[in-house]
Write a protein that binds this ligand. Structure first.
Ligand code: ADP
Ligand code: GN1
Ligand code: MG
Length: 358
């Protein structure tokens, strides 16, 4: 999804369907999300985020917006800063049509990071995601629509990967033999989280499911977390997913799409910083099995994301927004590099988690 041409002309009339304060003066693409088209809308009074929602990824737009309204109301009622859905002029939470749009108040004086530049910021994000987990514990899961079924069901993701490989619709498999063989050779490691949820050894919780660092807004002055955003994927899941997805993105020495693999390493000190924040926040509710499996969760989310990027590459780049040919393959490579380094660090990671939970 792109907005390279004159966004202003194309989207002004859409923005004016919402209850905005002031006259629209500027609209431009914003942020680095891979799923929605995000636009910064400026009026002579305020700033807003307008998103063309990705209805291919989230076909149940009603269920999606119900989840977001429900969760944000729950948080706001507890005094937690969160996304504010700006209604349309006719009182709806979003515009539903061939294309769907929603608007949020722009949360001012905040920054999003695309990479960890300071361990303290990562620790702060860990604490915030841990606290977010605690707030969601009081949210009634039966009110949630499962907007993407089996979102972090890694064996299902692996089956999707194998189907894309089998089809090899764009003849790309020959360019990524090493990555394919890495994913195939780790097949016996993919089942532990879904099995744990199924047999009850892992508690089913309400989770965010997409806890990468750019889905949290940090205060521009203090670097303390202000608000967890990108609430699209809030669904029942495991704590392993939320902890793991943060680690896969943040505990790396490089960006998710670094092309020079020699720069990409799993950074155990960043892992420790995040664990300190996250585990410190959830230590009263985390179970022994979760503690034991958090390092595995980091590995699992990383290799799962790698296989999702590769599945998309093999299928012609239709899911994640890409900026150049081969972008998804580059992303896959960083994830697999990190996953293999995590495997070697499991014992140390476990010690860190147990220490951080005390
Ligand atoms: P995607 O689902 O495509 O990742 P996000 O909802 O995460 O989209 O938004 C993309 C980016 O836009 C975020 O990473 C953040 O930088 C910015 N953003 C989103 N909502 C807000 C908001 N309410 N205030 C300020 N920035 C925001
Ligand atoms: C997508 O929406 P965004 O950019 O925050 C994706 C996540 C992936 C992530 C990889 C709904 O997150 O699952 O982990 O890209 N979101 C969805 O960077 O698929
Ligand atoms: Mg996002």
């Amino acid at each position: 999804m792109e907005c390279t041409k004159d966004c202003m002309k194309e989207y002004k009339s859409v923005a004016e369907l919402f209850s905005l304060e002031g006259e629209v003066t500027d609209i431009r693409p914003y942020g680095e999300g891979h799923i929605n088209l995000t636009l910064l809308v400026t009026t002579d009074k305020k700033r807003y985020i307008m998103q063309k929602m990705n209805t291919k990824v989230f076909p149940d737009s009603d269920g999606l917006m119900r989840n977001i309204c429900g969760v944000t109301e729950h948080l706001r009622a507890r005094g937690i800063e969160t996304l504010e859905v700006i209604p349309t002029k006719d009182g709806k939470s979003y515009i539903k049509g061939e294309e769907c749009y929603r608007v949020y108040a722009f949360i001012e004086n905040t920054v999003t990071y695309q990479k960890v530049t300071d361990a303290k910021v990562f620790e702060n994000s860990g604490r915030a995601f841990g606290e977010f987990q605690n707030y969601l514990a009081q949210f009634d899961a039966s009110k949630l629509t499962e907007v993407i079924a089996r979102f972090h069901d890694t064996p299902k993701r692996f089956a999707d990967f194998k189907a894309a490989l089998e089809a090899d619709a764009f003849g790309r498999a020959k360019e990524c033999e090493a990555e394919i063989s890495f994913i195939l050779s780790h097949a016996d490691t993919y089942g532990k989280a879904v099995e744990g949820l199924k047999n009850g050894t892992l508690p089913l919780r309400v989770t965010h499911n997409d806890t990468k660092l750019n889905n949290i807004l940090m205060d521009a002055e203090t670097d303390q977390a202000r608000a967890v955003i990108d609430l699209d994927t809030i669904m029942p899941g495991s704590m392993l997913y939320d902890f793991g997805d943060s680690i896969r993105f943040g505990a790396s020495t490089a960006a998710e799409d670094e092309q020079d693999l020699s720069k990409v390493h799993f950074d155990i000190s960043l892992f420790a910083a995040y664990a300190k924040g996250y585990c410190g926040a959830v230590k009263d509710s985390i179970t022994e099995t979760e503690k034991e499996l958090l390092p595995y969760g980091a590995y699992l989310m990383t290799i799962e994301c790698g296989m999702r990027f590769l599945t998309d590459y093999l299928s012609g780049d239709t899911y994640f927004a890409t900026k150049y040919a081969g972008h998804n393959l580059v992303r896959c490579r960083t994830q697999l590099r990190l996953a293999s380094e995590m495997e070697a660090a499991f014992e140390e990671m476990k010690k860190i988690v147990f220490e951080a939970c005390k």
